[in-house]
Ligand binder design. Structure first.
Ligand code: FES
Ligand SMILES: [Fe+2]
Length: 408
């Protein structure tokens, strides 16, 4: 009897619980998306919104954004499996300073300025699994927790405490498979649960901690980072800008919008094949791994989508300010969720990655570049307009205005 009690699960295993939570959330999104498809309507904001183009063109405003949003708030640096094992490391240079992220022997994630404490050379220039890091300039060596453990010719440095020469830490936090950093050393620890608010529960169901990295690319764009990022948050342009790519897979101008705390949101876009079973009972719907687009304020979109032939795709796009107000770059990373692992079919994930990279760079970012070029010549008083149907963009820009102050 005691054995029975010990072995009987009192609650579902964590994987089963996450799978159930994910299915409930994703089926709910599909149900609401189908309702919108049947009625040919979309979620709408209260009224259209006018945008002062200087938020895309003003260099001083851009500098404030870089500081306030990208150096003083937590930013997604990667997923746990990017540094899966003790000794794994990665460089995250997108915020300005080169940041070195390691997983130490205890399995904990650390983040440092990638700067040798001798004369500030870049400590790590190539990432691979190892137990220590040696500077290529004069050979100072650090362990995975940033402690200085080797100093050739150490008599030359008498009088300086070795303990003072550990790498400079920047705040880092790993939570449910996501690694967040803040690029400025010091300050309070990162509280991811607080940063995500009620979005955390949705993201936890994705089990990002088990998502395996498949492919990564960087795309340059001659447009302000917000002009590039705006292209992710509406379906209004699908038919006109993407007639043979995304527009052939999903209906234009129909969207479901779920706001969450702190400017995060999730979008549902209607996929053509939903109509194939729109009239059937939900119990008879084919299983798909469609989950919508998770937008993590201020610069991340996680595309949780089903693939042809089955399986779920996690495509993470992060948009960052470039070196000038009219330049940005994006990091595209594709992951394979553990519940969709077909090791022999990994090429299908790579193909999806290449497809998205192609669409983003040759379609979305080409229009971003053109629009950005025009905005610098826009006459005084000109405003761009966001329609009621561009609801996610309206919320994004209102959130931005509340953080940055109303005007550029
Ligand atoms: S700068 Fe790194 S050892 Fe000299
Ligand atoms: Fe697009």
């Amino acid at each position: 009897m005691a054995d029975d009690i010990a072995t009987a699960p009192s609650s579902p295993a964590p994987d089963a619980a996450a799978a159930a939570r994910r299915a409930e959330s994703h089926y709910g999104l599909r149900r609401r998306t189908l309702d919108r498809m049947r009625s040919k309507t979309t979620d709408l904001d209260q009224s259209p919104m006018r945008i002062d183009p200087r938020i895309y063109t003003d260099p001083a405003y851009f500098e404030r954004e870089r500081q306030t949003l990208f150096r003083e708030t937590p930013i997604l640096a990667g997923l746990s499996m990017d540094v899966a094992e003790p000794g794994d490391m990665m460089l995250f240079d997108a915020l300005g300073p080169s940041i070195l992220i390691t997983r130490d022997k205890e399995g904990k994630v650390n983040a440092f300025l990638n700067m040798c404490m001798h004369r500030a050379a870049k400590l790590v220039t190539e990432c691979n699994r190892r137990t220590r890091m040696t500077c290529r300039f004069h050979g100072w060596t650090y362990d995975l927790q940033g402690k200085l453990i080797g100093q050739p010719g150490k008599e030359g440095f008498e009088g300086i405490e070795r303990a003072e020469l550990g790498l400079i830490r920047v705040p880092v936090a790993e939570w449910k498979g996501m690694i967040f950093v803040r690029a400025t050393p010091g300050g309070a620890p990162i509280d991811v649960a607080d940063h995500l608010g009620d979005f955390g529960d949705e993201l936890a169901a994705l089990q990002l901690e088990k998502a395996k990295p498949v492919a990564a690319s960087r795309i340059e764009c001659d447009a302000n980072w917000k002009y590039a990022y705006d292209t992710y948050g509406e379906s209004y342009h699908f038919a006109s800008l993407h007639p043979t790519t995304i527009g052939a897979l999903a209906f234009s101008n129909i969207m479901v919008y779920d706001p969450f705390d702190n400017g995060h949101c999730r979008l549902g876009f209607p996929r053509e094949e939903f109509m194939d079973y729109a009239d059937q009972d939900e119990a008879d719907w084919p299983h798909t791994d469609y989950g919508g687009l998770y937008m993590l304020f201020p610069n991340v979109s996680i595309n949780v989508n089903s693939m042809k032939g089955g399986g779920q795709f996690y495509g993470i796009s992060r948009v960052f300010p470039g070196d000038q107000v009219n330049r940005s770059f994006s990091l595209l990373n594709t992951y394979q969720p553990a519940h969709s692992s077909h090791a022999d079919e990994i090429d299908r994930w790579r193909e999806m990655h290449d497809f998205i990279q192609h669409v983003v760079s040759s379609e979305d970012y080409s229009v971003s570049r053109d629009g950005q070029d025009n905005l610098q010549w826009a006459p005084e008083g000109f405003r761009t307009t966001l329609g009621r149907n561009e609801i996610a963009l309206q919320h994004f820009h209102r959130r931005m205005a509340s953080i940055m102050g109303a005007s550029a």
